[in-house]
Design a protein. Structure first.
Length: 152
């Protein structure tokens, strides 16, 4: 299932996969299609990224290769399956600190519009994070241990 790499002077001549077991390759392709459609988001995430760049059929061959390589490493190392880049697939793409801070600011302004004071909002946030060191813009903080609002 290794991809061909016949490239010279920037021209790609062939991308056919190498010859292998004529019974194993179709099974791996079917396994890859099933893995892409399963509830496990790892292979689905990888497929979506690869299919944009390579096309669906080439992306499925790449997923099939990922499956066979992971099976090989599970048997050779006798370890549980956990790819190194697995955590990247569970974080939505394009998630940034700026977007999250905008969401938080919008939520705080909505809570203020609903009638909550800054003290109540700060208290709620501190309880949610179990953190007594959360401070507002003025330097005021809420101590979750004593339950007091400390002004700077």
């Amino acid at each position: 299932m290794a991809p061909g790499s016949d490239e010279s002077a920037g021209k790609i001549h062939s991308r056919h996969i190498t010859k292998g077991g004529k019974h194993l390759k179709p099974v791996l392709i079917e396994v890859a299609w099933a893995a892409v459609r399963s509830k496990n988001p790892y292979y689905r995430c990888k497929f979506e990224i690869l299919s944009l760049r390579l096309g669906k059929k080439r992306a499925i061959v790449a997923i099939a290769r990922k499956v066979i390589v992971s099976i090989f490493h599970m048997f050779s190392d006798m370890k549980e399956w956990h790819p190194k880049d697995c955590d990247d697939c569970f974080v939505p793409r394009g998630l940034s600190v700026q977007k999250e801070s905008r969401k938080l600011n919008k939520t705080v302004s909505t809570l203020k519009a609903m009638g909550m004071t800054e003290h109540q909002i700060l208290k709620t946030i501190a309880k949610g994070f179990d953190d007594s060191e959360i401070k507002d813009d003025a330097g005021n903080s809420y101590d979750s241990i004593t339950g007091e609002y400390i002004t700077a």
